[in-house]
Write a protein that binds this ligand. Structure first.
Ligand SMILES: C[S@@+](CC[C@H](N)C(=O)[O-])C[C@H]1O[C@@H](n2cnc3c(N)ncnc32)[C@H](O)[C@@H]1O
Length: 234
């Protein structure tokens, strides 16, 4: 498996102190600390059934129609790996890889999948994915994009590791203007966009927007929107 997607060898999933430090400097420090603290309780949190669970369910349903039999699947900003664990039930033969900037999230994900031969979790950032070009047929990212310090670079990395024709499913609240009120800092707000802006960012990265999807609603309130895109042949 390590050879197939260009992963580091097993046992190198945790980075050296120097590597962690340089990653930490690029991921917002506050974000990393927040997610490290949340990691041990993440899977038991009320947000799972109310918020994340429906997103995973709808993302998987959508992925099954957009990329019916992917062999290699990546989840960027995978958290504790719940989406990939569900993906494994749906695609038992697929090679599944999760990457996340928070070492504690990765530790929880690894602990929950200790006995699995088909899923791996690696600490790393969207902005510098540790995989070879064209390694994946399907890339997920759920509720992570608005945290990425450099979204343009992250999308270009996602595009690089997607095989031509491969599918990205990016789900977040990034295009819901009312959600901006929850994010006070100017720098944070700058990571929220209009649909048109996201389409332009995808296009710049070599990804063609396929469609927009409502991934989670609370009655009339839109909570999470997804965009699907595919990698254009070079
Ligand atoms: C709200 S959690 C969502 C986790 C998971 N995708 C889910 O849906 O349950 C956001 C995750 O994005 C990760 N993250 C934030 N910025 C990142 C980056 N630049 N690269 C990789 N992971 C990042 C955080 O560490 C955190 O685990």
């Amino acid at each position: 498996m390590a050879v197939e997607v260009g992963l580091p060898e097993r046992g190198q999933d945790c980075l050296t102190w120097r590597e962690v430090r340089s990653l930490g400097e690029r991921m917002r420090k506050g974000d990393r600390e927040h997610f490290d603290r949340w990691a041990p309780r993440y899977d038991r949190s009320l947000a799972q059934p109310l918020f994340f669970g429906p997103v995973y369910k709808n993302a998987l349903r959508l992925a099954a129609s957009l990329a019916p039999a992917p062999l290699r699947v990546l989840d960027v900003g995978c958290g504790t790996g719940r989406l990939l664990r569900l993906t494994g039930q749906q695609l038992p033969a697929a090679e599944l890889v999760g990457v996340d900037g928070s070492p504690e999230m990765i530790r929880m994900a690894q602990r929950a999948t200790r006995d699995s031969a088909t899923v791996r979790f690696i600490q790393g950032l969207a902005e510098s994915l540790p995989f070879r070009d064209g390694a994946f047929d399907l890339v997920f990212s759920t509720i992570s994009f608005h945290h990425w310090a450099d979204q343009t670079r992250g999308l270009s990395e996602v595009s690089r590791v997607l095989a031509p024709g491969g599918v990205l499913l990016l789900a977040d609240n990034f295009v819901i203007p009312s959600h901006r009120v929850f994010f006070l800092g100017k720098e944070r707000r700058a990571r929220f966009h209009t649909k048109r802006e996201v389409e332009a960012m995808l296009s710049k990265a070599g990804l063609r927007c396929f469609a927009w999807h409502d991934l989670h609603r609370f009655g009339p309130l839109r909570m999470v929107i997804g965009v699907s895109a595919y990698k254009l042949p070079s």
